[in-house]
Design a protein around this ligand. Structure first.
Ligand code: NAG
Ligand code: NAG
Length: 253
């Protein structure tokens, strides 16, 4: 990790209301603090409503006794290979917000609400211990309503989501286990290098300007290092996980 960079703005006043916006970026490795910061302010002005932007992108789960691998129930786990930053526009980090965001970038709820497979759990080192996934979303193949049925049938990208919100590390960040799967006929096994492929595919769909419903998003991504060593140790299906992680700060415009 490189030198730490901190930005701090207190008692920011807008439209007669006082806001406190503290943007504390733990590391210059994560992304360009200035870029993020400016984008955050632009959104702030555009909305003109009371916002409560959080103060940190995420906490390292291992510091609080957690893991960057979830628990698939067989002593192995999937890497939490995408983090949606706690510095995101706050709505994005809610259950409804992440669903809308996911739809904007090409995912939707599971086919007919039917879930295939057991939930997995993760310990994000926030004091909540192991918690089941909040939601699992699948590639929608261009159709929010029917596309995930197609994904269930022919395979594709999907992710499980966990929220870091316990008392010891309440960043609000969303940790995703993203992977590209084989068709259902193959029991939803991951494709070779499916973690890295899923991560990079999600990044390519998300980065830039996207929208769903009446919300539009501006997303940037950056690989981060040091949270989880590359390799296949402890990784589900023995699928090697090579790349560093990606972090997104999606902002509503
Ligand atoms: C996760 O959900 C399963 C099935 O509903 C349940 O048996 C299990 O106890 C849950 N695990 C945790 C950590 O909450
Ligand atoms: C992250 O690194 C991988 C290679 O390890 C690369 O393919 C990908 O484009 C990078 N993603 C970003 C957002 O820089």
């Amino acid at each position: 990790m490189g030198a730490s960079t901190y930005l701090k703005v207190d008692d920011f006043s807008l439209l007669g209301s006082a806001f406190s916006l503290i943007t504390k970026l733990a590391s210059a490795d994560m992304y360009s603090p200035r870029g993020i910061f400016i984008a955050a302010l632009v959104s702030f002005f555009a909305l003109g409503s009371a916002l409560n932007i959080r103060s940190i992108a995420y906490y390292d789960p291992t510091v609080g006794g957690g893991s960057m691998l979830d628990n698939a129930g067989d002593r192995y786990g999937e890497p939490l290979n995408v983090i949606i930053s706690g510095l995101s526009f706050p709505d994005v980090l809610t259950d409804d917000g992440i669903l809308n965001y996911a739809r904007a970038i090409g995912f939707s709820t599971e086919c007919l609400g039917i879930h295939i497979g057991n939930p997995q759990s993760a310990n994000l080192g926030d004091g909540n211990g192991y918690v089941n996934q909040t939601v699992e979303l699948r590639e929608d193949y261009g159709s929010v309503d029917a596309g995930t049925c197609l994904e269930s049938a022919i395979g594709g990208n999907h992710f499980r989501m966990y929220r870091q919100n316990g008392p010891l590390a309440n960043s609000g960040a969303l940790f995703l286990a993203v992977s590209k799967e084989e068709p259902a006929t193959d029991n939803h096994n991951i494709v070779p290098d499916g973690y890295d492929i899923g991560r990079d595919e999600l990044a390519s769909w998300a980065v830039g300007q996207t929208s769903y419903g009446d919300v539009s998003y501006s997303t940037t991504a950056q690989n981060i290092t040091g949270l989880l060593a590359p390799g296949s140790a402890g990784v589900n299906h023995g699928t090697p996980f090579t790349g560093p992680l990606v972090i997104f700060p999606p902002l509503s415009d």
